[in-house]
Design a protein around this ligand. Structure first.
Ligand code: ATP
Length: 304
């Protein structure tokens, strides 16, 4: 698999406090990577490091295969656009002028593509309206538009839906999906709005106390979180045989229990088991959503 970003044992200390404590993460090319963690877990610190806004205390990362210690890293970073914390926009300027400013900052020879970017983020009709009169959602989209100048293929968004109303959240979701699917942009999103993230992410990295505690693809997570029935029986070998006969998907999870991933006819199953002297001790539906998976991994309390 190709990776846009790989970090290796990254550490960032603020005096004696380790904001990042040996963080290793892998963002696959083409992914929407949900970077999930509590307040203070170290998400923004990681993002600031890869954007070159701060230096790691130790460890390194590679961006498009270029090491952070290599001087070519500046070139690799030009393939990346980022909106870190609040978007850096000029409130007294229009959307178009904000973009023109960014073209100048990057030293681009012309405003080629500017109209397309405005259209992409749905700000093409804002005319003379200044950014200070935009809604929060429009400002966030303008922030993304600025990050898109220079045609990056990796976009890093720090809490992009924080504070947005439901409509703003939907628009942001649609924009991110469009950028990923139509423009093939790899996206790293930090967020703790899990429900929203689960509608977007193809991969997750769970961070806690400056370390990645788990990386998992959405597909794997889906399997891990699928609704199932946990059956406790006196004999799992018999249960296996009976379930095989019924052609249902299941996993034996211990010597007494199995998770069954299908709607089953309970009385038929109980009867079939009874015929073979196997008793059902308990039966419980399990529904592990992203949130409970996350809480199971890192617990519920904040770090700070
Ligand atoms: N410049 C700094 N000086 C000292 N401590 C800092 C500094 N920046 C961040 N920290 C601390 O490092 C830890 C990680 O902060 P960071 O902003 O990376 O967390 P986060 O996961 O982005 O959280 P949030 O969701 O609240 O933004 C926090 O405890 C924070 O107080």
């Amino acid at each position: 698999m190709d990776y846009v970003l790989k970090t290796n044992a990254l550490c960032k200390k603020y005096k004696d406090y380790k904001a990042l404590n040996g963080l290793s993460m892998n963002v696959p090319k083409g992914a929407i990577y949900g970077f999930v963690g509590k307040n203070g877990a170290g998400k923004t610190t990681l993002i600031r490091l890869i954007c070159g806004l701060q230096e790691p205390t130790s460890g390194e990362y590679t961006l498009y295969g270029t090491k952070s210690t290599d001087k070519e890293i500046l070139k690799a970073r030009r393939r990346m656009g980022a909106v870190v914390e609040t978007p850096s926009i000029y409130l007294d300027m229009t959307a178009e002028d904000n973009l023109k400013q960014q073209y100048r900052v990057l030293g681009l020879p012309s405003y080629d593509g500017l109209a397309d970017i405005l259209k992409l983020v749905r700000l093409e009709n804002t005319g003379k309206k200044k950014a200070k009169n935009f809604s929060l959602g429009m400002r966030q989209r303008l922030g993304i538009a600025i990050a898109l100048v220079g045609d990056p293929d990796f976009l890093v968004l720090d809490e992009p839906v924080n504070g947005l109303d439901p409509q703003g959240i939907i628009e942001m979701r649609e924009l991110i999906l469009k950028l990923n699917r139509e423009q093939q942009i790899t996206v790293l999103i930090s967020s703790h709005i899990l429900d929203e993230l689960s509608r977007l992410a193809t991969h997750y990295g769970f961070i806690d106390k400056g370390q990645i505690v788990k990386e998992i693809s959405a597909k794997e997570l889906d399997t891990a979180c699928r609704k199932c029935i946990r059956l406790e029986v006196t004999n799992t070998q018999t249960l296996s045989r009976v379930l095989d006969g019924m052609n249902v998907e299941y996993i034996i999870v211990s010597d007494k229990a199995a998770d069954v991933y299908a709607r089953i006819n309970v009385s038929k199953l109980t009867l079939a088991l009874a015929k073979e002297n196997c008793e059902v001790i308990s039966m419980k539906e399990r529904d592990e959503s992203l949130e409970s998976y996350y809480v199971g991994l890192v617990g519920g309390k904040e770090n700070d």
